[in-house]
Design a protein around this ligand. Structure first.
Ligand code: HEC
Length: 220
């Protein structure tokens, strides 16, 4: 059987239409899978796992805090009223830095950064502790209250999903340990600590609190 001109013409149109539809579909799928990128929520799939995102953020936060402690605070001649032998800069790192023209303590520097970053709406982070000096560091909500106990008991990070209102978050809490004698001595002798937790004396390597990171998830 031979094809008429009309048949051949129809066949060409069908092939082209199928190809055209395939291209349109491909563009539509690409558009859908890219449209979440610019928003304020993470894609659960096929992007980076939220657990890994939290680990990345934590790595940067911990590194910045250590770098500030090591390369700025440690070079000050005074730390909270006490002279430092290895200090080279005529400044004092002190909680009352705004009143005394000093520089903030590492925990305060961390909080100042978090207050700015949290305004971005992408994710939030915060320091928490059951033995908090600053009230804004009290564990809040079901996840933080349960996770802080587990983290102190195991010394390991705790990660979970939590619902706040209509929004699902991936939340992770990482232990903040007494890695230097200064952590222990400053907290143990702080007037607010002595008043609130007279029976609590930190020891080296103990979990003193944690860093909490909350990442909002899209359509989860
Ligand atoms: C010279 C004093 C001093 C030193 C040293 C110090 N801290 Fe703090 N820390 C504070 C103060 C003051 C706050 C409250 C800061 C604020 O107002 O945000 C704080 C806050 C914290 C918090 C949040 C809970 C709270 O108490 O509000 C944690 C956790 C913490 N520090 C852990 C550590 C660790 C770990 C180290 C050592 C690596 C350390 N600190 C070193 C004074 C100190």
């Amino acid at each position: 059987m031979t094809m008429t001109l009309f048949d051949r013409w129809m066949s060409t149109i069908r092939t082209r239409t199928v190809a055209f539809i395939a291209i349109v579909l491909a563009i539509a799928v690409t558009a859908v899978s890219c449209s979440g990128g610019g928003g304020t929520t993470a894609q659960s799939s096929p992007g980076i796992a939220p657990e890994l995102v939290a680990d990345y953020i934590h790595t940067v936060l911990a590194a910045d805090r250590t770098a500030y402690t090591k390369h700025v605070v440690n070079r000050a001649k005074m730390l909270e009223g006490k002279a430092k032998d290895d200090g080279v800069l005529a400044i004092e790192a002190t909680e009352g830095w705004q009143q005394t023209n000093g520089i903030p303590l590492p925990a305060q520097m961390f909080r100042l950064g978090s207050e700015i970053s949290n305004e971005s709406g992408y994710f939030t982070y915060n320091l928490i502790s059951p033995w908090y000096i600053n009230d804004s560091h009290a564990p809040k909500g079901e996840f933080e209250e349960a996770a802080v106990e587990e983290m102190i008991e195991t010394g390991e990070p705790v990660k979970d999903y939590q619902e706040i209102g209509d929004q699902t978050f991936f939340s992770a809490m990482y232990p903040d340990k007494a890695v230097a004698e200064a952590c222990v001595s400053c907290h143990n002798t702080h007037p607010v600590h002595l008043e609130r937790y007279p029976d609590k004396q930190f020891v080296m390597d103990e979990v003193m609190g944690g860093i909490v990171i909350n990442i909002p998830l899209a359509g989860a």
